[in-house]
Structures are given as C-alpha cells and as structure tokens.
Design a protein around this ligand. Structure first.
Ligand code: SAM
Length: 298
C-alpha cells in the first residue's frame, strides 16, 4: 500500500525530464531551475479550482483537467496519490480507443485510460476509490462504460484475471510497492502483453520497483521508451521473454555468484574459490586435454 507519510505522492509536479530521455538524468542547470520555479508559481495559481468542470466551448485535455480539478480519490477522499503529469500524459498518448489495457492501482491514471476509450480493467482493494473515479468521470463527461474495476489485492486477482493470451496493449503498474508485489504484478502483466505493447511503471525509485526496472533495462526484449517525472518508466515489449528458467542468460544475474551475504573475510575466501573454479572450467573448455589430466589426477 502507499505510505503517505513517506511523501510518496506529494501532488503533481512539473515536467523536468521528457519522455524519450535516457536513464541518466542530467544535473539541473540554473535556467532549468528558474523555469521550474516560474512554472511552479504558475501551476499553483492555476490549480486552485476544486470543482470538476469542463468549458462549454472546447474539451480540455484530460491531464490538464485532472491537474486543474485535483480530485482526491484515495484514503477515503482525503489523499491524492496520483501519478505525475508526464506519466499521465504518456498514458494519454499511448492509449487508443478499443485497446485492451490494465492497471494495478486506481486513481487519476484510471480516468486517463478511461478517457482514451480503452477496454480498461483497474485492480485495487478499495471499492470506494472505484466509486470516486466513476463519479468524477461522470462529472466531467467521460464515458465509463468500458471501465471495469476488480476489487482485490493484485496477487490474488491477477493469476486468474490474466492468462497467457498476449492480448494487452497497455499496462500500468502502480499498486502495492512493497516487495515482492511490483515483481508479481510485473510477471502476470508481462505474460499477457502483446509484442509491441507498452508497460508503464511508477515509482522506480522504490527499491522493490527498482529491481524490476533494472531487469527490464538489461533484457533485450524490452526497450526503454522514457523516464517520466524522474520517477516512472515506460517500456515497449519487443518480443515475449524466452520460456523456461534461463537465469544464467539473464543479464540481471551477471553478478553470479553473489556472496554479499557473507562477512568480509568469508566473502573474500568464497570469491577466490569461485573465481578459481570458473577459471578451471574455462581452461577445461578451451583445452580438453587439461580437463582429462585433471580428471585423472583427482
Ligand atoms: C499510488 S496509488 C495509485 C495512483 C494512481 N496511479 C493515480 O494516478 O492516481 C496506489 C493504488 O494501489 C492500490 N493498492 C494498494 N495495494 C494494492 C494491492 N495489493 N493490489 C492492488 N492494488 C493495490 C491502492 O488502493 C491505490 O489505488
């Protein structure tokens, strides 16, 4: 669950890193800081409205509308744990009418999926959040007839909700952030995603999420499309992951054997022994005669 005391969702922030940027985030320049300050002042002015509204002449962009209205969907209507603007914008940009989409967690992002005309399923344990999102959609005139809420914890719901049919076009993981939920959510979502589908993940700075991010970043079947709000990531699935337990092939496991659990003197001994064994194995592969001599003498 979200931990509001940790400041996980401090309300919307402003764009500072664009979608499509690389993982390395440049140090902020003076002009960038000034721009951010000016935009922050401007944004605070423009977000004082609390009543949901649409102008009569033109339909506002859904993300702008959410930023203006600031509906509180979470914790009994007292909290806003919303995803940040670039993330909402990325969802808006990628979702097409009729897409099959899923989201773990509920909130502002659910409104954006729904507004995009997706056949959208959102999973969370709190039915009150669901009602609040529906109510807001109705207030702003967003058709919620293709929105389905599933009440429950993702680890219980996803194994039956999602199969291996690779039918999902877009998915967003922003549910429970404690270990191992991000990895569980990622597993079930991934096995159901189309090649070419987009998977977005919020809160990659939380270590339980970071480990999933690192794995995706290293695997050739995922392409990082962008870092959003300096906190979320968008990936494209290029091909299904290879079947079976291919752990030695996974770059995430490159550090094998990892003796970091051991105290320093033991760790050094274990590492030396492991390196010697690896060297012996390598030499045996390269020079089979050495291997047969060793087998004879041992
Ligand atoms: C950070 S909020 C999601 C914010 C949302 N993306 C938005 O833009 O407003 C986290 C959500 O995860 C839900 N949640 C918490 N634990 C969960 C679990 N185990 N399975 C599914 N959802 C969970 C919460 O009820 C909440 O809706």
């Amino acid at each position: 669950m979200c931990n509001p005391s940790a400041g996980r969702h401090p309300g919307h922030r402003l764009r500072s890193t664009r979608a499509g940027s690389t993982w390395s985030v440049p140090l902020p320049s003076v002009s960038r800081i000034l721009t951010t300050v000016i935009r922050t002042l401007h944004s605070d002015d423009s977000h004082t409205t609390s009543t949901p509204s649409m102008t009569s002449t033109s339909k506002p962009d859904i993300v702008q509308l959410l930023l203006r209205d600031r509906p509180a969907f979470h914790r009994g209507g007292d909290a806003r744990w919303d995803s940040l603007p670039e993330t909402l914008e990325a969802i808006r940009a990628v979702v097409k009418p009729g897409d099959s989409t899923i989201e773990i967690g509920v909130g502002a992002s659910t409104v954006v999926f729904t507004n995009g005309g997706a056949e959208h399923t959102a999973v969370s344990p709190d039915p009150e959040e669901h009602e609040r999102v529906r109510e807001y959609c109705r207030q702003i005139g967003v058709d919620d007839s293709r929105l389905t809420f599933t009440v429950g914890f993702s680890d219980a719901v996803l194994p039956t909700l999602l199969g291996h049919d690779r039918s999902l076009d877009v998915a967003f993981i922003d549910g429970a952030h404690s270990f191992p939920f991000p990895a569980l959510d990622w597993y079930y979502v991934t096995r159901s995603m189309k090649s070419g589908g987009t998977l977005l993940m919020d809160d990659i700075t939380i270590p339980a999420v970071t480990q999933v991010f690192r794995h995706m970043r290293l695997e050739p079947n995922w392409r990082l499309e962008g870092i959003l709000d300096e906190r979320a990531a968008s990936f494209r699935l290029l091909a299904p992951p290879p079947p079976g337990d291919d752990w030695p092939e996974q770059k995430y496991n490159k550090g094998y054997p990892d003796f970091s659990f051991a105290a320093l003197p033991d760790r050094l001994r274990l590492e030396v022994v492991a390196r010697a064994a690896k060297l012996r194995h390598g030499l045996g592969q390269r020079y089979p005669v050495l291997r047969s001599i060793r087998q004879r003498v041992s």
